[in-house]
Design a protein around this ligand. Structure first.
Ligand code: NAD
Length: 585
């Protein structure tokens, strides 16, 4: 059933790609010349991620004039204030957040202080900025969990009062979110597990939220599927970029979903556990999640059954299936006869919903084995025999997330969940390699850069290659059939080559020697063309990424792609014949 009213607003441009942060020139072009503050943390600085991303900005119009690397996990009011001071001192007009949720949230709230001044507490709340603008922002996550790079919320810890302060502003949506799985391979397994469970919690909570809506529903179910398939694998194989990529995308999609439909009681309790006992956010969510699912189950039975299906643990619904088949066979009298037995289906629906909870507990136990994820609050660091239980419960009860929980949260329920979690005895469950269904992609592919020394080398290599192409009878005939005139404009080094197949013969023109008007013009870096002719680049994706700019009848040129396939084998052979093996990718 559709809700009576809903909104979906997501103004952030999201770009995903393995190695995307190595060169940020094109993707950041729209920002123009800027003085940027880079917000990050000490660990990311130490392990080289900061240097790597700074190198990616080197070739852009964005100048990083200051770096603030003092963000702690669960960032604090003092951190945000120091960060904003630096932004003001250095007269920054762009903020880049590079890190986990703590860094990204610091960047968001520091942005308010940098622009509006005042204290952090003055800005706590929702939509207080009205139409005021903040500095433009680029967020680059290095964990796969919070989705903060696409949310309008931020959470900052008030250490004096042991609470987490919530902020919600539409202006928090950054202009650009950059997802590069390479930046997440350094996460230890325990962090991968906890942050991944954070993303899973976002998806599950927003799917059953009181404010759920069709767009976030669609995203949430896909996120659940992705995480179920890739989280354990990412923990076991940190360099597996396919698993890392899937987790990063899942985290981002979950962020997009929950910032529309909100989260519930799991977050209410875990914010309190984070504020009072400083338990990392993802870990707290992971532990609380199955307990709240249990508490909510009856209120949202159908939706929890959908979640179980996305987790791959559904029971079939035989009566419904048989009825559907009979209906197709026009045996409607038999459909009616079966109606009373549908009670079997509703029982199986309930069993399915429960199976989802069982799968979540199994996942936790697997993470206990592969990532040493603590499986109760004592192992998670609560060492005072839960002396602050009352404070945790009271803090949880006033948390804003509680408002969206499908079942009214009661103080007794919160208390009994926290007590149960304190010493519960879940045991780690080992995972076998053969159960993982993995396919590795290497973390660091050798990169071919600046392949052509200068324009004359390019004309010599690519120009002669095009001559070779046109001498291949099969290719020549198909080019002539197309009657196309396509011009390639290369950059770094500059060059221009036109292939004219409009007449009786294919002609190749170098430089400005072509005098007509090409039907299609494609501009790209010379390195790109070199990789393209080795079949290493998907032109369609490249057009989306604006790595190739095109003018004219592009669909006609794209239709030529299948006939070019033999050329992908020809080019490496040609390079070899010319003694240029070093250029083969
Ligand atoms: P985090 O940002 O606190 O980082 C945890 C630790 O991981 C840090 O020590 C950091 O240095 C390290 N780290 C980060 N990336 C790494 C990498 N690639 N390799 C090695 N170490 C790395 O963790 P988090 O879970 O991403 O963020 C948690 C914070 O985000 C909490 O404050 C939580 O309340 C908040 N949060 C915000 C939103 C939102 O939408 N704004 C949503 C959920 C959670």
């Amino acid at each position: 059933m559709l809700p009576e009213y809903f909104e979906f607003y997501m103004p952030t441009r999201v770009a995903y790609g393995i190695g995307l942060t190595r060169n940020l020139r094109e993707i950041t072009d729209g920002f123009g010349s800027r003085r940027a503050l880079l917000v990050t943390d000490e660990i990311l600085n130490k392990i080289g991620i900061v240097a790597k991303v700074k190198a990616g900005f080197a070739d852009t119009k964005i100048q990083i004039v200051a770096t603030f690397d003092q963000v702690p996990p669960n960032s604090t009011i003092e951190t945000v204030e120091a960060c904003a001071r630096l932004a003001r001192q250095k007269k920054c007009d762009l903020i880049i957040g590079l890190g986990g949720g703590s860094v990204m949230d610091t960047a968001k709230v520091a942005n308010i202080l940098a622009v509006k001044g005042g204290r952090v507490e003055d800005h706590m709340g929702a939509y207080l900025l009205g139409n005021d603008e903040l500095l433009p922002t680029i967020l680059i996550p290095t964990t796969a969990g919070t989705g903060s790079e696409v949310t309008k919320v931020a959470v900052i810890t008030d250490t004096r009062n042991d609470i987490k302060l919530p902020f919600a502003e539409t202006q928090f949506f950054p202009q650009l979110a950059i997802l590069d799985p390479e930046l997440t391979t350094s996460m230890p397994a325990s962090l991968t597990a906890a942050t991944g469970m954070d993303a899973l919690t976002h998806a599950i909570e927003c799917y059953v939220s009181k404010d759920s809506q069709p767009a976030s529903d669609a995203l949430a179910l896909h996120v659940i599927k992705l995480i179920n398939q890739h989280l354990v694998r990412a923990c076991m194989h940190p360099e597996d970029l396919e698993a890392r990529g899937a987790m990063l995308v899942a985290s981002c999609l979950a962020g997009i979903a929950f910032t529309q439909a909100m989260v519930g009681m799991v977050h209410g309790i875990s914010h309190a556990l984070g504020g009072v006992y400083h338990i990392p956010h993802g870990l707290a969510n992971a532990l609380v999640l199955p307990e709240v699912m249990e508490y909510n189950l009856e209120t949202q039975l159908e939706r929890y059954a959908d979640i179980a299906r996305a987790l791959g643990v559904a029971y079939p619904q035989p009566v419904q299936t048989v009825q559907a088949m009979l209906h197709l066979a026009r045996a409607d009298f038999a459909v009616r006869l079966l109606q009373p037995t549908r009670v079997i289906d509703s029982w199986l629906q309930q069993a399915t919903a429960r199976a989802g909870i069982i799968r979540i507990r199994e996942l936790l136990r697997q993470l206990g084995a592969v990532a040493k994820l603590p499986l109760n609050l004592e192992q998670a660091g609560v060492q005072d025999n839960l002396a602050k239980l009352e404070q945790v419960c009271e803090t949880a009860m006033v948390d804003g997330s509680m408002l969206y929980n499908p079942r009214e949260p009661s103080l007794e329920a919160v208390k009994s969940i926290v007590e149960k979690l304190f010493k519960q005895s879940l045991t780690p469950l080992p995972v076998k390699e053969k159960d993982l269904n993995q396919s590795y992609r290497q973390a660091h592919k050798p990169e071919l850069k600046n392949v052509f020394d200068d324009s004359s080398m390019l004309y010599s290599v690519l120009g002669e290659f095009y001559q070779a192409l046109k001498s291949d009878p099969a290719l020549r005939d198909k080019l002539l059939d197309s009657k196309l005139v396509v011009q390639f404009i290369y950059d770094e080094p500059d060059a221009r080559i036109t292939i004219d197949a409009s007449g009786d013969e294919v002609q190749i023109f170098l430089g400005d020697s072509y005098q007509g008007t090409p039907e299609v013009i494609m501009s790209m870096k010379a390195d790109f063309a070199h990789l393209f002719w080795q079949g290493k680049i998907n032109l369609i994706t490249a057009l989306t990424r604006r790595q190739v700019k095109s003018k004219g009848n592009v669909p006609k040129a794209v239709k030529l792609l299948p006939i070019l396939k033999p050329a992908y084998e020809l080019y490496p052979r040609y390079l070899e014949q010319r003694g240029l093996e070093r250029l083969i990718a």
